[in-house]
Design a protein around this ligand. Structure first.
Ligand code: SAH
Ligand code: SF4
Ligand code: F3S
Length: 465
């Protein structure tokens, strides 16, 4: 096992740099973080925000006004990368007017082999470039960039680090992300994540439990455990389901997690869905394709039969469970018949919703060099057909909720209707209903009265507390 903690002394040293930055004359007063990609990046951004606040900076919601702008990047598909680069080019213009602006670019993109060097040459106005493994060294690197007023580029290849004890500024007081593991060893042939996030490593269960207890005491009502593949969690030798059983006893109302890989979803986890009252009846279980041949070429190590069997057993354990998924269309060599197998799987499973992507070749992955004769228009027609059918299924499932009573955790004012609030059911479906902002953070019983394309509407039945 590689799992090693970054020594406490190193974290204390970084805290020392936070104080040094704080005391620097002319240092940035405000920061703005743009978080791209997945929930792990979002969680990292909370740590970055925590470090910046320790350095005396405050959050500036308007990007253009901030003294320091940080892009926490994603490179999982080409369009994610283009978005990041487009933003960086725009920053160059901003920096012409405000030369003292600090620009930092970190996360998954600079961690791609050779990318940091390309960025340094092409975008010399970036003040700090760092990767995924040395996030905790941000205070020291920022200090050097400010002191020397010249770009700092630091990207390292260490695979086994686990960092504990950094500050954090959480985005929500209600619902929190908690990392349980980092990295991925699965090497699905299309995916760059194992190259930019390193090998799998798990946090100790005690550290996870400690963090959850702190969150609970601070009033958090819902935690989402994070990992690229939580099913291979092995903290202190304990399995993922075992961790869930321990967390379920802490008195946190709602527990969720993501993401789960179908190949190692255990019987114990299925049992946990039947037994644990705080484990919410929702599972994001990426299927990627409905074709055995495509799944094999993707190196997913399960077949259509295994996936459908898991779905059946999960529903037997927890009949009201809602399933969501990720699907890739147009993997190299995918035939029309193989695509139709994805369509029929979607029909059979009836996902609450699906994230659908056209295959994007990523340099260095195996699939990037597989022959791919399918024209772009054909792939685009396939994904549109898939989205159209999934949209109908989602609408049908939502209509099926009408008349039900659900406990909704109210998360905020409704973006759509004045005088309404919005929250989620245990199954993670969004419900809007008339009510005042005093309900935010409370659990409310709601009767579902109508359904739209993606969300439900309801009315309060009875209020708790
Ligand atoms: N660890 C998670 C997924 C992380 S990436 C898991 O295994 O489920 C999120 C999603 O992006 C994947 O599920 C996949 O559907 C999609 N994806 C990853 N690489 C891609 C690529 N090269 N092209 C298109 N979609 C991709
Ligand atoms: Fe990528 Fe596969 Fe790992 Fe998920 S399990 S992060 S898709 S390699
Ligand atoms: Fe993107 Fe990195 Fe997450 S590549 S999907 S931000 S792990």
């Amino acid at each position: 096992m590689l799992d090693t903690r970054v020594p406490e002394g190193e974290i204390l040293r970084q805290r020392e740099y936070m104080r040094l930055v704080e005391a620097m004359p002319g240092r940035p007063e405000t920061y703005h973080i743009v978080s791209m990609g997945c929930q792990m990046n979002e969680r990292d951004s909370e740590t970055i925000a925590g470090m910046f606040e320790e350095m005396g900076m405050s959050r500036e919601p308007v990007r253009e006004r901030a003294d320091l702008i940080l892009y926490n990047t994603c490179c999982v598909r080409e369009n994610a990368e283009n978005k990041a680069l487009g933003n960086v080019i725009w920053l160059k213009e901003l920096k012409k007017d405000r030369p003292e602006l600090m620009i930092c670019v970190g996360g998954c993109m600079p961690q791609e082999p050779g990318m940091a060097e390309v960025m340094r040459k092409k975008y010399p106005f970036i003040d700090l470039i760092y990767g995924t493994h040395n996030l905790y060294r941000l205070p020291e690197n920022l200090y050097r960039a400010l002191r020397d007023r010249k770009p700092v580029v630091e990207v390292v290849q260490t695979d086994g680090e686990i960092v504990e004890g950094l500050p954090e500024a959480r985005n929500s007081a209600l619902s929190a992300f908690v990392n349980i593991m980092y990295g991925c060893d699965n090497f699905c042939t299309y995916c760059i994540v194992p190259y930019v996030r390193g090998r799998e490593r798990s946090r100790a269960p005690e550290d996870v439990i400690d963090e959850c207890l702190r969150l609970r005491d601070a009033g958090v009502k819902e935690i989402t455990l994070l990992g690229q593949n939580v099913n291979s969690y092995r903290g202190g030798g304990a399995e993922f389901a075992n961790l869930l059983y321990r967390l379920d006893r802490l008195g946190i109302e709602r527990i969720r997690f993501m993401t789960s890989h179908p190949k190692d979803l255990s019987d114990e986890l299925i049992a946990a869905y039947a037994e644990l009252p705080h484990l919410m009846p929702h599972l994001h279980l990426p299927v990627q394709s409905g074709s055995d041949e495509v799944l094999r070429a993707m190196n997913r190590r399960y077949g259509r039969g295994r996936y459908l069997d898991l779905v059946r057993r999960l529903r037997a354990a927890r009949p009201e469970i809602g399933l969501t998924t990720d699907i890739i269309v147009g993997f190299p060599g995918e035939t029309e018949a193989q695509f139709e197998e994805t369509m029929s799987l979607v029909e059979e499973v009836r996902f609450d919703s699906a994230y659908t992507f056209i295959f994007s070749p990523r340099t260095g992955t195996r699939a990037a060099s597989m022959p791919d004769g399918t024209p772009a228009e054909v792939k685009s027609a396939r994904i549109q057909k898939l989205i159209a059918r999934q949209t109908e299924i989602t609408a049908e499932i939502l209509r099926g909720q009408i008349g039900r009573r659900e406990t909704v955790l109210v998360e905020g004012a409704s973006a759509r209707d004045a005088g309404s609030v919005s929250g989620r059911t245990p199954r993670a479906l969004t419900v809007n209903f008339p009510g005042g902002e005093e309900l935010i953070g409370r659990f409310v019983d709601v009767e579902i009265t109508s359904a739209g394309r993606n969300t439900l509407r309801g009315r309060i039945v009875e209020e708790e507390e």
